[in-house]
Design a protein around this ligand. Sequence first.
Ligand code: AQP
Length: 334
Amino acid sequence: MSRIFSGVQPTGDLHLGNYLGALRNWAALQNRYECIYCVVDLHAITQWQDPKELPANTREVTAGLIAAGLDSETNIIFNQSAVPAHAELAWIFNCVARLGWLNRMTQFKEKAGKNRENASVGLYAYPSLMAADILVYKATHVPVGEDQKQHLELTRDIAQKFNNDFGVEFFPMVEPLILGEATRVMSLRDGSSKMSKSDPSENSRINMTDDADTIARKLRRAKTDPEPLPETPAGLDGRPEARNLLGIYAALCDKTMEDVCREFAGAQFSRFKDSITELAVSVLAPIGGEMSRLTADPAYLDRVLARGAEQASEIAKPVLDDVYDIVGLLRPAP
Ligand code: AQP
């Protein structure tokens, strides 16, 4: 059976982009693949995280995964730092990946911004750790948003180079799974930048735990343009905010952009915003409610994570043992 790995960072409130670009798709895959889902806390600390908030964020993301429909009994759900094999394989991959490859990563450029000299080495080496996350389980498929495609290509490059360097056919060539409309949800304030947990403007995103009034307020304030909605998606060219809102609507109700354009052809944004608000609340309210219920029981979430870490470690250990043998690293005799 094919095996899926994917991760989400506990860097703050989960938002509609995480839901439509990742969590919802993960839930849809769970009966077709063996699934390993990871709360990637080691990735999170590549940028400053308050140690007082990180545990609660890790539990909240875990609650988000379950509330979005992942069955914690049939899927492996755990936090990355609980399985040291990720960090161990990442170090080996740091010795396989080339500086030139990492220099091309757009996420590093975006996140480091102008203050590149002051970015952490961890942020720079983030893609090596991501490759380790995936390959330590020899995962065959990774469901990712459009934004993570470049990192996945790097994972393939690392796997290929490892196999070539050591003359083995050890790591598989992992395939991306990019699913559905609105795989890249953009900020409500700026249709050219991604909806993101770390955007300083709360109004740029809809959080999975936002209540109905907050969702309505954020959508009311969402940036638009003065034109009525077009009859076809071609009419959205040069209108990034309109494209984003229609894409979100289409994803929330599982329709195509063509269908949504037909439905709202000629309408003003005021009418469309009422409809998208109603739809967003109907989808997110039950999920947000379930997240609140689950986060009120941290002991339950900790049990889910502990069981997941145990199951993940069982899969990772023989892979890492083989890697140590291939590389020629001695392990203490049993
Ligand atoms: N805006 C988005 N549209 C579609 N998919 C998205 N994802 C994130 N943002 C969007 C997908 O969600 C999964 C988990 O992402 P993540 O939280 O681990 O990292 P990220 O992509 O860096 O998300 P953020 O919100 O932008 O976090 P910060 O601000 O901390 O960097 C991934 O599959 C991602 O594609």
